[in-house]
Structures are given as C-alpha cells and as structure tokens.
Write a protein that binds this ligand. Structure first.
Ligand SMILES: Cc1cc2nc3c(=O)[nH]c(=O)nc-3n(C[C@H](O)[C@H](O)[C@H](O)COP(=O)(O)OP(=O)(O)OC[C@H]3O[C@@H](n4cnc5c(N)ncnc54)[C@H](O)[C@@H]3O)c2cc1C
Length: 388
C-alpha cells in the first residue's frame, strides 16, 4: 500500500450522486474548501432523471427534521434544479401533477401524459398532433420500440407507427452522435408521425443537438422516460459540472474506508484508491453514500448494514409481518434531528448524513432525488457551520 501525503479540507463529502453533488456545491459556493470523493455508479445516474417535489414537502417521517428548515431546503433544491442545472447545460422543465411538481429534462416524456393529455399547468406533457412514430433498434437492446408503440396505441386514440433502424447489437452505445442523428433524421423522413420518439441518446455535452434534430427533420422529437440510460447520466454530469465550477475538488473511483471519531468528533477519514491510501483531516463531513442500490447501505438477511461498519442503523418500521424488502427499505443510518450521524449511540457533532442513506429514503419508500437533494442542503448547512 502506498501512503499519499495527508490533506486538509474544510468539508469532505462522501459520495457523488445527487445528494453529494448538491451538498458539495452548497458548501463551496459559501467559500469553503470542499472535496467530494465517490466510487461506483450512483443511483442518481441509473435513474430516469425525473424528479418529484411533493407540495407537503414530506420526507419520511421519523427523521425529526424541522418543518421550516425542510420547506426552505425543498425550495432551494427546486431553484437549483431550474437555475443551476441550466448553467450546466441541462434544461429541466417542471409540471404540476397530483400534489406536487415534476421535473424532467427537456424532451423526456412520461407515456401516461401523452394519453392523459396536458396537466393543469399545460405545456410540458402535451403532445401536439395525432400521429406518433416510435423509432428504435431492431435488436431492442436499449429500448423496445414495438412494445412502447403498442402500449401507446392501446391506451390512446393516437395513431402510432414504429420504425426499426439498425440491427447491430449495441448500436446506441457504439455509434457517434452524428451517425445517430443522421439515422433518426432519415427514419423520421419516412414516418407520417408529427411527433417522433427516439431512445434517449444525447449526452449532456451534445444536448444542443436536440434542436438540430428537430430542425433537420421538421418534426418534434421526444424521448421516453427510461432508467439506466442517458437521462440519469445527463443529470449526474450536470450536477458534477456545477460542483466543479463552484470549486469543489472531485475524486472519482476512490472510497472512504475508515473514519476516526473520538469524543463525539470526526477527525480524519481514510481514502483508498487502488493501492493508494490517503488520510484527510476535515472540519466536517457529509456522508451521501446512497441506499441499497447506490452502495452506501447493504442488506444482510433482512437487515440493513452499513458497509463501513461504523454508523448506527435504525428502522422506521418495525415488527413482525413486515416483508424483507419493506424492512430493508425503511432502514438507514441513524441521525439526530440535525442529521448528525449517531455512532455507538453518540451524536457526532461534525459528521452528517443525507440522501438515500437515511432511514426510509431508499427508492421504495422515499421520493428519490428530490428528497435526497433537500436533505443534502440541510446537511451541507450544518456541515458548513460545524467546520468553522
Ligand atoms: C433504476 C433507478 C431508477 C430511479 N429513478 C428515479 C427517478 O426517476 N426519480 C427519482 O427521484 N428517483 C429515482 N431513483 C432513486 C434515486 O436515484 C435515488 O433516491 C437518489 O439518486 C439517491 O441519491 P444519493 O445521492 O443519496 O445516492 P446515490 O446517487 O446512490 O449516490 C451515492 C454514491 O456514493 C457512493 N459511495 C457509497 N459509499 C461510499 C464510500 N464509502 N466512499 C465513496 N463513495 C461511496 C456510491 O458508490 C454512490 O456512487 C431511481 C433509482 C434507481 C436505482
């Protein structure tokens, strides 16, 4: 093992998904020296990048968060999504639906909305035109256009056609944006549909080319909501870009493997990257390691475990008759009312937890990215104060 020189930072953020990135950004824009360290693919990147903010600003009950603070954090997270993401090149659009607001990347459409028509705020989900064309790849590796077209046709009186392009496995992954653009423009030319659905294929750096696609084909393009694909990756790239612009030092591919805590205070963390070890002294830290999918938590039997073997774990739901998934998804790292971590029953004054690592914030229970971002802003505020 090679030891790297020791480092000092004001705030260390562990995990670089939605919670980590907004938390690091928030502390950095307040002038602090911030490092963010993450490993693996965060759930944020696997998501469809559609984000819900409930009107009642609910996060799982039992976290004991102050309502006023929570209200403020949700509003700031929403503003961040609209304003800050735009400066990172990602245009997020919002619509009112049910008891909340939904945000998604320009062009991403939820199929139900095509069928149900415009929402009360209008605009976003309205598909102008009665004919829709769905383009996909013959091998269906990324997006089953036939199934999507069938579902649309069955649930609406829209006229839906589908066109297959390419037959090579992994064509979406292996083709350049120019190739795909040409392919989709050609295919759209032979379609009668006014609106053309394509699998999400444009990354954040090429996002402006959406307009080119529409101009060249004279059609309106849309992409279906899709997990494990481009929309989540675009969101993650935009979040990382914002954190980086704010001055956050970002290390990917490194893990926090240990924390030294004494007398209720975090003094140092140990970071491992391949054969290299580094100790980082920090004024405060925010753990945004994610939930059961993101890697911040694991499952053993029907219990949630923290892979660092450090934090106390608690469940929002207890008792017999609760199935394994429900129990596991209601568990997470125990925190005090200010999101400070509890270790061996004691509050750690300068270590905070946010996002899907919190009890009940796993996808099955929580609202996903919206909740993760709001709690991260609460944690970054506390960490910023604790580090001074
Ligand atoms: C397939 C899928 C689709 C989803 N779709 C949606 C959706 O459309 N809308 C929505 O709101 N929510 C969605 N969710 C849920 C949402 O993605 C998560 O709730 C949210 O992204 C959690 O963000 P986070 O920052 O807390 O964790 P994550 O995004 O998981 O980030 C945590 C990161 O921390 C890293 N990490 C963990 N431990 C360490 C360590 N010791 N050292 C360094 N790094 C560490 C992890 O490897 C990971 O990269 C979806 C989830 C999945 C899996």
């Amino acid at each position: 093992m090679i030891d790297l020189p020791k480092k000092e930072v004001d705030v260390l953020v562990i995990g670089s998904g939605a919670a980590g990135a907004i938390s690091a950004w928030d502390s950095a824009v307040k002038g602090l020296d911030v490092s963010m360290i993450g490993v693996g693919t965060p759930a944020t990147e696997m998501s469809s990048g559609c984000i819900r903010f409930n009107d009642d600003r609910s996060v799982p009950e039992g976290l004991g968060l102050d309502r006023g603070d929570l209200e403020d954090a949700f509003s700031r997270a929403e503003r961040f999504l609209i304003d800050e993401m735009k400066t990172s090149g990602l245009k997020m659009e919002g619509a009112r639906r049910d008891q909340g607001r939904y945000y998604r990347c320009h062009g991403t459409i939820v199929p139900e909305n095509i069928v149900q028509g415009p929402t009360s705020s209008g605009g976003l989900d309205r598909i102008e035109g009665e004919r829709i064309c769905v383009i996909g790849f013959e091998d269906r590796t990324e997006f089953d256009h036939r199934l999507f077209a069938k579902a649309l046709a069955q649930r609406s009186d829209l006229r839906v056609e589908h066109i297959a392009v390419g037959t090579t496995n992994g064509v979406l992954r292996n083709s350049s944006v120019d190739d795909l653009l040409d392919m989709f423009v050609d295919a759209a030319g032979s379609a009668s549909g006014e609106v053309v659905f394509v699998p999400p294929f444009i990354s954040l750096k090429d996002i402006d080319r959406w307009e080119e696609l529409e101009k060249r084909s004279g059609r309106k393009f849309a992409e279906p909501v899709m997990d494990l694909g481009m929309p989540g990756a675009r969101l993650r790239d935009a979040l990382i870009s914002s954190a980086s612009r704010a001055g956050v030092s970002i290390t990917n591919g490194a893990s926090i493997v240990g924390m030294s805590i004494s007398k209720g205070s975090l003094n140092e963390v140990t970071v491992r990257s391949g054969h290299r070890l580094q100790h980082i002294e920090c004024g405060a830290a925010v753990f945004c390691g994610g939930g059961l999918v993101g890697g911040g938590l694991g499952v053993s039997g029907k219990d949630v475990i923290d892979p660092l073997g450090l934090f106390d774990v608690r469940y929002l739901r207890e008792g017999d008759g609760i199935d394994i998934l429900a129990r596991a998804s209601s568990g997470g790292i125990r925190t005090g009312p200010g999101l400070e971590a509890i270790v061996d029953g004691e509050k750690v004054r300068n270590l905070f937890v946010a996002g899907a690592s919190l009890p009940g914030m796993n996808i099955v229970e929580g609202n996903g990215i919206g909740d993760a971002m709001a709690t991260a802003l609460l944690a970054s505020k506390a960490a910023t104060e604790a580090s001074r």
